[in-house]
Design a binder for this molecule. Structure first.
Ligand SMILES: Nc1ncnc2c1ncn2[C@@H]1O[C@H](COP(=O)(O)OP(=O)(O)OP(=O)(O)O)[C@@H](O)[C@H]1O
Length: 786
């Protein structure tokens, strides 16, 4: 049983925040990619670090005295033997660029001995100048690739500085007595790579929300924008914390240098603050993309390159300390600062770790502010509307005189706005005040697209090759409480555009709409008690029917647990979808998806309901279920329903407007329209013998009703349209036909007023006429360019 007369209220920010956390968790735990990128990869990185620490760090010898060593980690050892000006220049340059310290040795031969015997804990390399231009390089390494790499580095360094030195020899000094630094170079990079891919993963979720219309749909169904962003950020951060904290504990337990040290507190902070800058960073990056597909293709490599390559290069260029300016510039990249912090940890550089943590927090804050501004910039835009009759725009050159009812409705709305004096509390629930919306469409052309155009996805739309499509061309109407307003019109007449403006998906170029007295254009919390069902089902593939209804009910209304369960059951029973209750929406048929979309829209008892072709893909029984449900729920609601079905209008709507070419051509109750525009009757006559009697019947009809025209219809009966110019009543027509029934050998006959269908067809023909006058317009009607 559904609870009646509930006093629904929009849930608090916190309550909506929690619902979105619940919703994201549901979606993520069903997503394999999430496990790989969000959990597996970080764990692999942590595991590899532990493993490498065992393999790569050689235990210090007995005389290892790092702390007593008066030589700094970034020392370079130079034999002053025969130093010439070029060699001095090289040393000075390296000193300046790479902040290297030098220890001058007395003799060339001292260097290997120095390395071997002095047991320097973190000796990197030494150079000795021999002869005039010769040079030997010494490495304290046991891995071949590293000396080769440093070797190339030196050569490029000489070249950059224009120094012509001859590299004589590369000598690798193997020492089991010193700690080997490769691990400290690799560990930050490995960890960084392990944690970098959750950034694009979370960011792409936001692009998907935008691309598939999820975000808009949730906001339209009462979700606050702030709750959307904050809950997403919080969810991503909580998810990030799991592998991060577990990872840190593992590193700490294995006593990994840097993590297990005097700075372990700071190392923990470094890990957990990384997410605070990386997640908002990803959220900023995602604004570059509008399509999920493109984001999926580019965001992973892009994030990886943008964040990791600088760190890798810097690690090689400045193995122990990076110049401040470079560091500050690149620290805006979260993975760079994270990597930098890790490096500082391994070198026991406490102050750098502290300042990296601070940078992570600050950059996170900067990214949050950027998200706020970019999100506002990304909102749909107003275009300058074009009224210029001589322009390239498609002009509706039908000189139609506006219908009286349409004019009256327009005047009513104008008066309402004028008299409201800013107070809109007594407005009808839905008011449409002169909305215009135009689109720029490419002009149809027979020319084949050039290769460049093919590659770039089409010709650039310029003033010359474009036309203006007036999708909605100034409409006024209102919908009262308890009213179902049908918006009828042929394809492309502007119904969906009108609803898209009312739901904030599009911004009106001119005019405004009011929902429960709040302006769509100006009021931020306009979508407070709205239920919206778009033309295409907006459903989350990995959520079940039950979860969808739970989500939308919790977003729109405050209910107790029992009320919530009752309400979900109510919709599930009404639409006879009990057996699919726990099925994911991706596994549902088209009709069931549609039912779910409508149920999500109606649940939570919204005051304003916008239904865009709700009965599409429903079978006749389901349609009837839908119509009776709408009828049952309409109390206290104002509903707009767009449809192509005349039946639907007849069964559900109190009032109807027919749109043609962006304008409302007639408005009123279905009966009023039938009466006003359905000028005449339809007469169907079934002769006893079609071949023998039809000639005589036709003669009779031509004499009795000269204005009647015969219409071709399928079946063995003769049909006539009879315009109502002579004001004959239906009763008169019946009487005449009845009195001649026997003589004309008529088996049966019927006469009825023209239906709403005829009224609709009349207007649909008008749209066709207009389309014919707009060359090739039909073919581009649905080619959306933005
Ligand atoms: N984003 C867009 N860009 C360009 N043209 C558009 C865009 N959206 C709609 N149009 C054009 O505006 C006109 C009205 O479209 P709209 O979808 O509102 O019509 P409709 O009455 O809802 O049609 P249907 O019954 O087929 O859904 C059409 O000519 C359509 O091609």
């Amino acid at each position: 049983m559904r609870h009646q007369n509930k006093n629904y209220k929009r849930p608090s920010f916190f309550s909506q925040f929690l619902v979105i956390l619940w919703f994201r968790t549901k979606l993520s735990i069903r997503d394999k990619k999430f496990f790989v990128l969000g959990i597996l990869l970080p764990m692999i990185a942590i595991g590899s670090s532990v493993l490498l620490s065992e393999v790569l760090v050689f235990p210090p010898g007995s005389d290892y005295q790092r702390s007593n060593n008066n030589l700094q980690d970034n020392n370079i050892f130079v034999t002053p033997y025969n130093l010439n000006s070029q060699q001095n220049l090289l040393l000075d340059t390296m000193k300046l660029q790479y902040s290297l310290n030098y220890t001058y040795l007395d003799d060339d031969t001292d260097l290997p001995d120095y390395i071997q015997n002095k047991s320097l804990s973190s000796l990197n390399y030494g150079i000795s100048f021999i002869g005039k231009n010769g040079l030997n390089i010494y490495y304290n390494s046991s891995i071949e690739t590293i000396p080769t790499f440093v070797h190339s580095f030196f050569i490029s360094l000489f070249k950059i500085n224009g120094i012509n030195l001859q590299l004589n020899e590369t000598i690798t000094v193997l020492s089991s007595e010193v700690t080997f630094d490769v691990f400290y170079l690799l560990m930050p990079m490995i960890l960084q790579y392990g944690f970098v891919f959750f950034i694009p993963y979370f960011a792409i979720l936001i692009v998907t929300d935008r691309d598939k219309g999820y975000k808009n749909h949730l906001i339209l169904n009462s979700l606050r924008t702030s709750a959307y962003w904050l809950s997403n950020l919080a969810f991503d951060y909580i998810i990030f914390l799991f592998p991060t904290i577990i990872g840190w504990i593992i590193l700490y337990s294995f006593k990994i240098d840097g993590i297990y040290s005097d700075n372990s507190g700071k190392s923990f902070l470094l890990f957990i603050t990384f997410g605070l800058s990386a997640i908002p960073f990803g959220f900023v990056l995602q604004f570059i993309f509008d399509k999920e597909e493109t984001a999926n293709k580019w965001l992973y490599p892009f994030t990886s390159i943008v964040t990791s390559i600088p760190s890798a290069l810097i690690s090689v260029a400045f193995p122990t300390s990076t110049p401040l300016a470079v560091e500050l510039l690149l620290s805006i990249l979260p993975t760079f600062s994270f990597c930098n912090g890790l490096k500082a940890l391994t070198y026991n550089n406490s102050s750098t770790v502290s300042y990296t943590i601070l940078i992570q927090l600050l950059s996170g804050l900067i990214y949050l502010i950027l998200i706020y501004f970019i999100d506002n910039l990304k909102k749909p835009k107003k275009n300058e509307i074009i009224f210029d009759e001589d322009s390239e725009s498609i002009i509706n050159n039908q000189t139609t005189v506006e219908d009286n009812d349409v004019l009256n409705e327009k005047e009513k709305i104008k008066r309402l706005i004028r008299d409201s004096d800013g107070n809109k509390s007594n407005f009808p629930k839905i008011v449409v005040d002169g909305i215009y919306k135009q689109f720029i469409q490419p002009k149809p052309t027979l020319e084949k697209p050039s290769l460049i155009e093919k590659c770039s996805g089409g010709a650039k739309v310029t003033k010359k090759n474009s036309i203006i499509k007036k999708a909605v061309d100034g409409i006024w109407f209102s919908v009262e409480k308890n009213e179902i307003f049908g918006l009828l019109g042929p394809n492309g007449s502007g119904k969906s555009t009108c609803l898209n403006v009312l739901t904030g998906i599009l911004k009106a170029d001119k005019g405004d709409g009011y929902l429960s007295g709040k302006s769509i254009d100006k009021d931020k919390d306009v979508f407070q008690s709205i239920g919206s069902c778009a033309q295409n089902d907006i459903l989350f593939e990995n959520l079940t029917i039950y979860e969808h209804l739970y989500l939308f009910s919790r977003l729109k209304s405050i209910t107790t647990k029992t009320e919530l369960e009752d309400e979900i059951d109510f919709y599930i029973n009404k639409f006879s979808i009990q057996s699919f209750k726990n099925k994911k929406s991706s596994d549902l048929s088209g009709g069931t998806k549609r039912k779910l979309s409508v149920a999500c829209c109606l649940i939570g008892d919204p005051q304003v309901v916008l239904l865009d072709e709700p009965s599409t893909s429903l079978d006749p029984i389901s349609r009837n279920e839908l119509h009776s449900l709408i009828d049952e729920l309409k109390a206290n609601k104002s509903i707009i329903m767009t449809t192509h079905s005349i039946n639907e209008i007849n069964q559900c709507c109190n009032r109807v407007a027919i749109m043609v070419d962006g304008k409302i051509r007639c408005i009123g109750t279905p009966n009023h329209l039938k009466h006003k525009y359905g000028s005449g009757y339809t007469i169907d006559i079934v002769p006893k013998n079609y071949l023998n009697n039809s000639f005589e019947i036709h003669n009779f009809m031509a004499q009795t009703f000269p204005s009647a025209t015969r219409v071709e219809r399928l079946g063995r009966f003769i049909s006539y349209d009879l315009p109502n110019q002579n004001q004959e009543s239906l009763a008169t027509i019946f009487r005449i036909l009845q009195s001649n029934k026997q003589r004309l050998e008529i088996l049966d006959f019927s006469a009825s007023s023209s239906s709403l269908e005829k009224v609709f067809l009349k207007f649909a023909n008008l749209q066709e006429e207009i389309n014919k006058q707009q060359p090739n317009n039909n073919s581009i009607n649905n080619d959306v360019i933005n």
